[in-house]
Write a protein that binds this ligand. Structure first.
Ligand code: GAR
Length: 218
């Protein structure tokens, strides 16, 4: 079977990108990462791509006067690689409806909270401040709604009394690096799709949380 073509969008360190690269290199992820595109020059994620011999491209949003023209140029760049799937891996941009519509059902995002809780930024600190007993991370299909869209998989971790945002982020990131390759694998195998605003896994609509993974390891 032809491997699915994946374009990964990043803005920074790219540890989620690395988890995907590792999965591909270990033969566990039946996809080809055909390009990595960053909206910021000089980030570590670009080095990770180069090291894995993946074409890496920069499209600096600062060179554009408005969101619409940047998103249009980005779409053109992405589409030049003919991807089956677009993966947002720490891509810190608000997307235009035109962009989200264009990739509807074939674009995934990872967000460091148990969506719909804590959309937006500073999720770890906000979870601590709210006195949550659990926090975590969600992989979801991208729709026009920011950090909305049907969840594919969600991993829960405990919030410990001694946690600060850094220690909690570390615990969450360990789960990110497990669930993102899993979701991409499911997509590549044709196990998941977006239908009627829900994620369907092997023919069964998932609950709003998506497939749940709970880790009680500190
Ligand atoms: C990840 O923790 C991801 O969940 C978050 O950015 C980080 C990127 O890390 N994404 C968002 O906050 C999106 N709203 P990475 O560059 O090391 O993969």
């Amino acid at each position: 079977m032809q491997k699915k073509r994946v374009v990964v969008l990043i803005s920074g360190g790219g540890s989620n990108l690395q988890a995907l690269i590792d999965g591909v290199q270990a033969g566990e992820l039946p996809v080809e990462i055909v390009a990595v595109i960053s909206n910021r020059p000089g980030v570590l994620g670009l080095e990770r791509a180069a090291k894995a011999a993946i074409p890496a491209d920069v499209l600096d949003h600062k060179a554009f006067t408005d969101r619409e023209s940047f998103d249009r140029a980005l779409m053109e760049k992405i589409d030049s690689y003919s991807p089956d799937l677009v993966v947002l891996a720490g891509f810190m941009r608000i997307l235009t409806p035109e962009f989200t519509q264009h990739y509807l059902g074939r674009m995934l995002n990872i967000h460091p909270s148990l969506l719909p809780k804590f959309q937006g930024l500073h999720t770890h600190q906000r979870a601590i401040d709210a006195g949550e007993s659990h926090h975590g991370v969600t992989v979801h299909f991208v729709t026009a709604e920011l950090d909305g869209g049907p969840s594919v998989v969600q991993a829960w971790v405990p919030v410990l009394a001694e946690d600060d945002a850094t220690s909690l982020a570390k615990r969450v990131q360990r789960q990110e690096h497990i669930i993102y390759p899993l979701a991409v694998k499911w997509f590549a195998q044709g196990d998941i799709c977006m239908q009627d605003g829900k994620c369907v896994l092997n023919g069964e609509p998932l609950p709003p949380s998506g497939f749940l993974i709970r880790s009680d390891e500190p």
